[in-house]
Write a protein that binds this ligand. Structure first.
Ligand code: HOZ
Length: 429
Protein backbone atom coordinates (compact mmCIF):
# COMPACT_ATOMS: atom_id res chain seq x y z
CA UNK A 1 0.00 0.00 0.00
CA UNK A 2 1.10 3.56 -0.66
CA UNK A 3 0.40 6.35 1.74
CA UNK A 4 2.25 9.29 0.13
CA UNK A 5 -0.71 11.63 -0.21
CA UNK A 6 -2.03 10.82 3.28
CA UNK A 7 1.44 11.47 4.61
CA UNK A 8 1.64 14.84 2.78
CA UNK A 9 -1.82 15.78 4.02
CA UNK A 10 -0.84 14.90 7.58
CA UNK A 11 2.25 17.11 7.33
CA UNK A 12 0.10 19.95 6.09
CA UNK A 13 -2.52 19.28 8.81
CA UNK A 14 0.14 19.55 11.50
CA UNK A 15 0.87 23.08 10.33
CA UNK A 16 -2.70 24.20 10.99
CA UNK A 17 -4.31 21.79 13.44
CA UNK A 18 -2.83 20.71 16.80
CA UNK A 19 -1.26 17.30 16.25
CA UNK A 20 -2.73 17.34 12.75
CA UNK A 21 -6.11 16.01 13.86
CA UNK A 22 -9.37 17.26 15.30
CA UNK A 23 -9.69 14.33 17.70
CA UNK A 24 -6.58 12.73 19.21
CA UNK A 25 -7.09 8.99 18.57
CA UNK A 26 -7.07 9.65 14.82
CA UNK A 27 -3.40 10.63 14.92
CA UNK A 28 -2.16 7.00 15.25
CA UNK A 29 0.17 8.23 17.98
CA UNK A 30 -0.13 5.14 20.16
CA UNK A 31 0.27 2.69 17.26
CA UNK A 32 2.84 4.77 15.39
CA UNK A 33 2.89 5.68 11.73
CA UNK A 34 0.88 8.18 9.78
CA UNK A 35 -2.90 8.38 9.80
CA UNK A 36 -4.68 7.69 6.55
CA UNK A 37 -6.85 10.45 5.13
CA UNK A 38 -10.27 9.34 3.94
CA UNK A 39 -11.65 10.54 0.65
CA UNK A 40 -14.97 8.74 0.62
CA UNK A 41 -16.77 5.67 1.87
CA UNK A 42 -19.65 3.44 0.84
CA UNK A 43 -21.18 0.49 2.66
CA UNK A 44 -18.51 -1.32 4.65
CA UNK A 45 -15.62 0.25 2.74
CA UNK A 46 -13.44 3.28 3.28
CA UNK A 47 -11.35 4.75 0.44
CA UNK A 48 -8.29 6.82 1.28
CA UNK A 49 -6.62 9.69 -0.57
CA UNK A 50 -3.96 7.28 -1.87
CA UNK A 51 -6.43 5.03 -3.65
CA UNK A 52 -6.38 2.23 -1.03
CA UNK A 53 -9.58 0.68 0.26
CA UNK A 54 -10.36 -0.79 3.69
CA UNK A 55 -13.08 -2.79 5.37
CA UNK A 56 -14.19 -0.51 8.16
CA UNK A 57 -14.52 -1.86 11.71
CA UNK A 58 -15.10 1.44 13.49
CA UNK A 59 -18.11 2.73 11.55
CA UNK A 60 -17.33 6.34 12.55
CA UNK A 61 -16.94 5.09 16.14
CA UNK A 62 -20.36 3.52 16.16
CA UNK A 63 -23.08 5.48 14.40
CA UNK A 64 -22.94 3.98 10.91
CA UNK A 65 -24.78 0.83 11.92
CA UNK A 66 -26.12 0.44 8.39
CA UNK A 67 -22.84 1.27 6.69
CA UNK A 68 -21.41 4.39 5.04
CA UNK A 69 -23.47 6.66 2.80
CA UNK A 70 -26.61 4.65 3.54
CA UNK A 71 -28.93 5.74 0.71
CA UNK A 72 -32.07 6.75 2.71
CA UNK A 73 -29.98 8.87 5.11
CA UNK A 74 -28.16 10.60 2.25
CA UNK A 75 -31.47 11.25 0.49
CA UNK A 76 -32.97 12.70 3.68
CA UNK A 77 -30.03 15.09 4.03
CA UNK A 78 -30.30 16.14 0.38
CA UNK A 79 -34.06 16.68 0.57
CA UNK A 80 -33.81 18.70 3.74
CA UNK A 81 -30.84 20.88 2.85
CA UNK A 82 -32.81 22.70 0.13
CA UNK A 83 -35.14 23.98 2.83
CA UNK A 84 -32.50 25.72 4.94
CA UNK A 85 -29.79 24.42 7.22
CA UNK A 86 -30.31 26.09 10.60
CA UNK A 87 -32.90 28.39 12.14
CA UNK A 88 -32.47 28.50 15.89
CA UNK A 89 -36.29 28.36 15.90
CA UNK A 90 -38.40 25.19 16.48
CA UNK A 91 -39.25 22.86 13.62
CA UNK A 92 -41.89 20.12 13.26
CA UNK A 93 -39.03 17.75 12.48
CA UNK A 94 -37.79 17.97 16.08
CA UNK A 95 -41.21 16.77 17.31
CA UNK A 96 -41.15 13.85 14.92
CA UNK A 97 -37.60 12.92 15.88
CA UNK A 98 -38.32 13.22 19.62
CA UNK A 99 -41.41 11.03 19.51
CA UNK A 100 -39.71 8.44 17.31
CA UNK A 101 -36.61 8.27 19.51
CA UNK A 102 -38.77 7.95 22.64
CA UNK A 103 -40.64 5.08 20.98
CA UNK A 104 -37.32 3.22 20.82
CA UNK A 105 -35.81 4.32 24.15
CA UNK A 106 -37.30 2.49 27.14
CA UNK A 107 -38.41 4.12 30.42
CA UNK A 108 -38.07 7.74 29.31
CA UNK A 109 -40.73 10.37 28.72
CA UNK A 110 -38.85 13.40 27.44
CA UNK A 111 -35.73 13.95 25.36
CA UNK A 112 -33.57 17.03 24.76
CA UNK A 113 -31.35 17.14 21.67
CA UNK A 114 -27.81 18.52 21.74
CA UNK A 115 -24.87 18.21 19.33
CA UNK A 116 -22.61 15.52 20.75
CA UNK A 117 -22.24 12.85 23.39
CA UNK A 118 -19.97 15.17 25.35
CA UNK A 119 -22.72 17.77 25.59
CA UNK A 120 -25.29 15.13 26.45
CA UNK A 121 -23.26 13.71 29.37
CA UNK A 122 -22.24 17.14 30.63
CA UNK A 123 -25.89 18.27 30.62
CA UNK A 124 -27.12 15.03 32.20
CA UNK A 125 -24.76 15.50 35.14
CA UNK A 126 -25.82 19.12 35.60
CA UNK A 127 -29.44 17.98 35.55
CA UNK A 128 -28.74 15.24 38.11
CA UNK A 129 -26.93 17.70 40.37
CA UNK A 130 -29.68 20.28 40.06
CA UNK A 131 -32.43 17.77 40.79
CA UNK A 132 -30.76 16.07 43.76
CA UNK A 133 -29.12 19.27 45.05
CA UNK A 134 -25.93 17.23 45.55
CA UNK A 135 -22.53 17.83 43.98
CA UNK A 136 -20.55 14.61 43.71
CA UNK A 137 -20.74 11.99 40.99
CA UNK A 138 -19.32 8.48 40.75
CA UNK A 139 -17.49 7.62 37.56
CA UNK A 140 -15.68 4.41 36.63
CA UNK A 141 -11.97 4.30 35.77
CA UNK A 142 -11.51 3.86 32.04
CA UNK A 143 -15.03 4.97 31.17
CA UNK A 144 -15.17 7.95 28.84
CA UNK A 145 -18.11 10.31 28.77
CA UNK A 146 -16.75 12.95 26.44
CA UNK A 147 -14.26 15.68 27.18
CA UNK A 148 -16.11 17.82 29.68
CA UNK A 149 -13.97 18.61 32.77
CA UNK A 150 -15.85 16.41 35.23
CA UNK A 151 -15.16 13.32 33.11
CA UNK A 152 -11.48 13.77 32.28
CA UNK A 153 -10.46 12.03 35.44
CA UNK A 154 -9.11 8.54 34.78
CA UNK A 155 -10.89 8.64 31.44
CA UNK A 156 -10.66 6.00 28.75
CA UNK A 157 -10.49 6.38 24.96
CA UNK A 158 -8.05 8.97 23.59
CA UNK A 159 -7.34 10.32 27.06
CA UNK A 160 -5.70 7.11 28.23
CA UNK A 161 -4.31 6.30 24.79
CA UNK A 162 -2.12 9.39 25.07
CA UNK A 163 -1.15 8.87 28.67
CA UNK A 164 -3.19 11.66 30.22
CA UNK A 165 -6.33 10.00 31.53
CA UNK A 166 -6.64 12.92 33.96
CA UNK A 167 -6.20 16.04 31.89
CA UNK A 168 -4.22 19.11 32.91
CA UNK A 169 -6.60 22.04 32.91
CA UNK A 170 -9.19 20.29 35.04
CA UNK A 171 -9.31 22.17 38.35
CA UNK A 172 -8.87 20.46 41.70
CA UNK A 173 -12.30 21.76 42.64
CA UNK A 174 -13.88 19.91 39.71
CA UNK A 175 -11.82 16.77 40.22
CA UNK A 176 -12.78 16.42 43.86
CA UNK A 177 -16.44 16.06 42.90
CA UNK A 178 -15.76 13.10 40.60
CA UNK A 179 -15.23 9.99 42.69
CA UNK A 180 -13.69 7.00 40.98
CA UNK A 181 -14.61 3.35 41.22
CA UNK A 182 -13.35 0.31 39.34
CA UNK A 183 -15.63 -0.97 36.60
CA UNK A 184 -17.42 -4.19 37.51
CA UNK A 185 -16.58 -3.67 41.20
CA UNK A 186 -19.73 -3.20 43.24
CA UNK A 187 -17.86 -3.12 46.51
CA UNK A 188 -16.04 0.04 45.45
CA UNK A 189 -19.36 1.74 44.86
CA UNK A 190 -20.77 0.60 48.20
CA UNK A 191 -17.73 2.03 49.98
CA UNK A 192 -18.07 5.37 48.19
CA UNK A 193 -21.71 5.67 49.18
CA UNK A 194 -20.78 4.89 52.80
CA UNK A 195 -17.97 7.45 52.80
CA UNK A 196 -20.11 10.18 51.24
CA UNK A 197 -23.61 9.82 52.67
CA UNK A 198 -26.19 12.10 51.00
CA UNK A 199 -23.52 13.62 48.77
CA UNK A 200 -23.72 11.58 45.56
CA UNK A 201 -25.93 13.14 42.89
CA UNK A 202 -25.44 10.38 40.35
CA UNK A 203 -23.50 7.46 39.07
CA UNK A 204 -22.55 7.82 35.41
CA UNK A 205 -21.59 4.65 33.59
CA UNK A 206 -21.22 3.13 30.15
CA UNK A 207 -23.51 0.11 30.68
CA UNK A 208 -21.20 -1.73 28.29
CA UNK A 209 -17.82 0.00 28.40
CA UNK A 210 -16.47 0.84 24.97
CA UNK A 211 -13.58 3.16 25.73
CA UNK A 212 -11.12 0.68 27.23
CA UNK A 213 -11.84 -1.84 24.55
CA UNK A 214 -15.22 -3.46 24.91
CA UNK A 215 -16.00 -4.51 28.48
CA UNK A 216 -19.41 -5.99 29.22
CA UNK A 217 -20.81 -5.63 32.74
CA UNK A 218 -20.46 -8.69 34.98
CA UNK A 219 -23.67 -10.41 35.99
CA UNK A 220 -25.36 -8.47 38.78
CA UNK A 221 -23.11 -5.40 38.52
CA UNK A 222 -25.58 -3.03 36.89
CA UNK A 223 -28.43 -4.41 39.01
CA UNK A 224 -26.25 -3.72 42.06
CA UNK A 225 -25.53 -0.11 41.17
CA UNK A 226 -29.20 0.40 40.31
CA UNK A 227 -30.21 -0.66 43.80
CA UNK A 228 -27.40 1.34 45.45
CA UNK A 229 -28.68 4.43 43.63
CA UNK A 230 -32.21 3.70 44.87
CA UNK A 231 -31.08 3.13 48.45
CA UNK A 232 -29.09 6.38 48.44
CA UNK A 233 -31.55 8.49 46.45
CA UNK A 234 -28.95 9.09 43.76
CA UNK A 235 -29.67 9.05 40.04
CA UNK A 236 -28.31 6.47 37.64
CA UNK A 237 -27.06 7.88 34.32
CA UNK A 238 -26.48 5.42 31.51
CA UNK A 239 -24.10 6.78 28.89
CA UNK A 240 -25.55 5.05 25.84
CA UNK A 241 -23.56 7.08 23.33
CA UNK A 242 -22.12 3.83 21.97
CA UNK A 243 -24.74 1.29 23.00
CA UNK A 244 -27.91 3.25 22.25
CA UNK A 245 -29.78 1.98 19.17
CA UNK A 246 -26.80 -0.35 18.54
CA UNK A 247 -27.16 -3.23 20.98
CA UNK A 248 -30.95 -3.21 20.64
CA UNK A 249 -33.62 -0.73 19.59
CA UNK A 250 -33.66 0.45 23.20
CA UNK A 251 -29.90 0.09 23.70
CA UNK A 252 -28.38 -1.41 26.84
CA UNK A 253 -31.42 -0.53 28.96
CA UNK A 254 -33.49 -2.86 26.80
CA UNK A 255 -30.87 -5.55 26.22
CA UNK A 256 -29.78 -5.81 29.84
CA UNK A 257 -33.14 -5.02 31.39
CA UNK A 258 -31.96 -2.23 33.70
CA UNK A 259 -33.74 1.10 34.06
CA UNK A 260 -31.61 4.23 34.13
CA UNK A 261 -32.89 7.55 35.48
CA UNK A 262 -31.21 9.55 32.73
CA UNK A 263 -29.83 8.11 29.49
CA UNK A 264 -27.45 9.94 27.18
CA UNK A 265 -27.06 9.38 23.45
CA UNK A 266 -24.69 10.60 20.78
CA UNK A 267 -23.62 10.16 17.22
CA UNK A 268 -25.89 7.18 16.45
CA UNK A 269 -28.88 9.52 16.75
CA UNK A 270 -27.57 11.65 13.91
CA UNK A 271 -26.93 8.75 11.56
CA UNK A 272 -23.42 10.14 11.20
CA UNK A 273 -24.25 13.83 11.62
CA UNK A 274 -23.50 15.61 14.91
CA UNK A 275 -26.33 14.87 17.32
CA UNK A 276 -26.50 14.00 21.00
CA UNK A 277 -29.41 13.78 23.41
CA UNK A 278 -30.36 13.04 26.96
CA UNK A 279 -33.64 11.53 28.03
CA UNK A 280 -35.39 11.01 31.36
CA UNK A 281 -38.79 10.78 33.00
CA UNK A 282 -40.95 13.92 33.32
CA UNK A 283 -40.29 14.29 37.03
CA UNK A 284 -36.59 14.80 36.20
CA UNK A 285 -36.87 16.63 32.89
CA UNK A 286 -39.33 19.19 34.26
CA UNK A 287 -36.39 20.80 36.08
CA UNK A 288 -34.74 21.70 32.77
CA UNK A 289 -35.01 25.24 31.32
CA UNK A 290 -37.34 26.71 30.20
CA UNK A 291 -39.71 24.52 32.26
CA UNK A 292 -37.43 24.58 35.29
CA UNK A 293 -34.30 26.42 36.46
CA UNK A 294 -31.50 24.08 35.28
CA UNK A 295 -29.98 25.70 32.24
CA UNK A 296 -28.96 24.05 29.00
CA UNK A 297 -29.13 25.47 25.45
CA UNK A 298 -27.66 25.46 21.92
CA UNK A 299 -28.23 27.14 18.56
CA UNK A 300 -27.54 23.96 16.62
CA UNK A 301 -29.52 21.70 18.96
CA UNK A 302 -32.22 19.93 16.95
CA UNK A 303 -30.56 21.07 13.74
CA UNK A 304 -32.82 20.18 10.80
CA UNK A 305 -30.18 18.41 8.71
CA UNK A 306 -29.01 16.33 11.65
CA UNK A 307 -32.60 15.54 12.68
CA UNK A 308 -33.47 14.41 9.13
CA UNK A 309 -30.45 12.13 8.92
CA UNK A 310 -31.06 10.71 12.40
CA UNK A 311 -34.76 10.16 11.88
CA UNK A 312 -34.19 8.34 8.63
CA UNK A 313 -31.61 6.11 10.32
CA UNK A 314 -33.83 5.37 13.34
CA UNK A 315 -36.75 4.52 11.04
CA UNK A 316 -34.57 2.10 9.09
CA UNK A 317 -33.39 0.44 12.31
CA UNK A 318 -36.94 0.24 13.66
CA UNK A 319 -38.34 -1.24 10.47
CA UNK A 320 -35.74 -4.00 10.29
CA UNK A 321 -36.72 -6.67 12.78
CA UNK A 322 -33.66 -8.77 12.09
CA UNK A 323 -31.00 -6.06 12.25
CA UNK A 324 -29.72 -6.72 15.77
CA UNK A 325 -29.74 -10.46 15.30
CA UNK A 326 -27.80 -10.07 12.04
CA UNK A 327 -25.21 -7.75 13.57
CA UNK A 328 -24.81 -10.13 16.47
CA UNK A 329 -24.28 -13.09 14.13
CA UNK A 330 -21.72 -11.22 12.04
CA UNK A 331 -19.76 -10.16 15.08
CA UNK A 332 -19.93 -13.67 16.49
CA UNK A 333 -18.50 -14.91 13.18
CA UNK A 334 -15.58 -12.51 13.57
CA UNK A 335 -15.05 -13.62 17.16
CA UNK A 336 -15.12 -17.31 16.29
CA UNK A 337 -12.79 -16.73 13.35
CA UNK A 338 -10.27 -14.86 15.51
CA UNK A 339 -10.44 -17.51 18.22
CA UNK A 340 -9.79 -20.25 15.64
CA UNK A 341 -6.79 -18.37 14.28
CA UNK A 342 -5.37 -17.88 17.78
CA UNK A 343 -6.01 -21.45 18.94
CA UNK A 344 -2.87 -23.20 20.21
CA UNK A 345 -0.65 -20.30 19.21
CA UNK A 346 1.72 -18.90 21.72
CA UNK A 347 -0.04 -15.54 21.87
CA UNK A 348 -1.95 -14.71 25.03
CA UNK A 349 -5.25 -13.04 24.22
CA UNK A 350 -8.65 -12.21 25.53
CA UNK A 351 -11.69 -11.33 23.42
CA UNK A 352 -14.64 -9.38 24.82
CA UNK A 353 -17.87 -9.03 22.92
CA UNK A 354 -21.44 -7.98 23.40
CA UNK A 355 -23.63 -7.78 20.29
CA UNK A 356 -21.79 -5.84 17.61
CA UNK A 357 -19.14 -4.41 19.97
CA UNK A 358 -15.97 -6.45 20.25
CA UNK A 359 -12.30 -6.07 21.18
CA UNK A 360 -9.20 -8.25 21.11
CA UNK A 361 -6.72 -7.75 23.96
CA UNK A 362 -3.22 -9.22 23.86
CA UNK A 363 -3.09 -10.25 27.50
CA UNK A 364 -3.39 -13.48 29.46
CA UNK A 365 -5.80 -11.81 31.89
CA UNK A 366 -9.56 -11.68 31.70
CA UNK A 367 -10.33 -8.06 30.80
CA UNK A 368 -13.08 -6.68 33.04
CA UNK A 369 -11.87 -3.26 34.20
CA UNK A 370 -9.36 -0.56 33.40
CA UNK A 371 -6.39 -2.27 35.05
CA UNK A 372 -6.90 -5.52 33.19
CA UNK A 373 -7.51 -3.63 29.93
CA UNK A 374 -4.20 -1.83 30.47
CA UNK A 375 -2.36 -5.15 30.89
CA UNK A 376 -2.41 -5.71 27.11
CA UNK A 377 0.83 -5.89 25.14
CA UNK A 378 0.81 -2.55 23.33
CA UNK A 379 3.73 -3.39 20.99
CA UNK A 380 1.89 -6.44 19.78
CA UNK A 381 -1.25 -4.38 19.35
CA UNK A 382 0.59 -1.87 17.14
CA UNK A 383 1.96 -4.67 14.94
CA UNK A 384 -1.50 -6.17 14.71
CA UNK A 385 -3.06 -2.82 13.83
CA UNK A 386 -0.53 -2.01 11.10
CA UNK A 387 -0.50 -5.58 9.78
CA UNK A 388 -4.26 -5.47 9.33
CA UNK A 389 -4.17 -1.94 7.90
CA UNK A 390 -1.73 -3.07 5.21
CA UNK A 391 -4.15 -5.86 4.34
CA UNK A 392 -6.98 -3.34 3.95
CA UNK A 393 -8.69 -3.76 7.31
CA UNK A 394 -9.31 -0.58 9.33
CA UNK A 395 -9.42 -1.30 13.08
CA UNK A 396 -9.45 1.20 15.96
CA UNK A 397 -5.93 2.69 16.15
CA UNK A 398 -5.79 2.16 19.92
CA UNK A 399 -6.18 -0.84 22.21
CA UNK A 400 -8.55 1.28 24.33
CA UNK A 401 -11.35 1.37 21.80
CA UNK A 402 -14.10 -1.05 20.81
CA UNK A 403 -14.74 -2.20 17.24
CA UNK A 404 -18.21 -1.40 15.92
CA UNK A 405 -19.48 -3.65 13.16
CA UNK A 406 -21.90 -2.38 10.56
CA UNK A 407 -24.54 -4.27 8.66
CA UNK A 408 -22.93 -3.57 5.30
CA UNK A 409 -20.14 -6.01 6.22
CA UNK A 410 -20.88 -9.33 4.55
CA UNK A 411 -19.93 -12.77 5.83
CA UNK A 412 -17.42 -12.83 3.02
CA UNK A 413 -15.89 -9.55 4.27
CA UNK A 414 -15.63 -11.02 7.74
CA UNK A 415 -14.03 -14.22 6.48
CA UNK A 416 -11.57 -12.11 4.51
CA UNK A 417 -10.76 -10.20 7.71
CA UNK A 418 -10.14 -13.46 9.58
CA UNK A 419 -7.90 -14.70 6.75
CA UNK A 420 -5.90 -11.48 6.88
CA UNK A 421 -5.48 -11.97 10.61
CA UNK A 422 -4.23 -15.53 10.02
CA UNK A 423 -1.72 -14.18 7.49
CA UNK A 424 -0.24 -11.56 9.80
CA UNK A 425 -0.17 -13.75 12.91
CA UNK A 426 3.42 -14.89 12.37
CA UNK A 427 4.55 -11.25 12.61
CA UNK A 428 2.97 -10.83 16.03
CA UNK A 429 5.20 -13.10 18.11
N1 HOZ B 1 -12.90 9.19 21.38
C1 HOZ B 1 -13.57 8.67 20.25
C2 HOZ B 1 -13.79 7.21 20.34
N2 HOZ B 1 -14.10 6.69 21.60
C3 HOZ B 1 -12.82 8.97 18.99
C4 HOZ B 1 -13.40 10.12 18.31
C5 HOZ B 1 -12.77 10.41 16.94
O1 HOZ B 1 -11.56 10.47 16.83
O2 HOZ B 1 -13.53 10.60 16.02
Amino acid sequence: MRYQRSSDLFKEAQRHIPGGVNSPVRAFKSVGGTPIFIKNAKGARLYDEDGNSYLDYISSWGPLILGHAYAPVIQAIKDRSDKGTSFGIPTALENEMASFALKMIPNMEKIRFVNSGTEACMSAVRLARGVTKREKIIKFKGCYHGHSDAFLIQAGSGAVTFGSPSSPGVTKGTAKDTILANYNNLEDVEIIFKEHPDKIAAIIIEPVAGNMGCIPPKEGFLEGIRSLCDQNESLLIFDEVMTGFRLARGGAQELLGIKADIATYGKVLGGGLPVGAFAARNEIMKHLAPEGPIYQAGTLSGNPLAMSAGLSMLKALYADEQIYQRLNKKTERLETGFRDVLKNKNIPYHINRLGSMISLHFTDKAVFDFETAASGNSKRFSKYFHGMLKKGIYLPPSPYESYFLNDALTNQDIDQTVNCFAEILKDLS
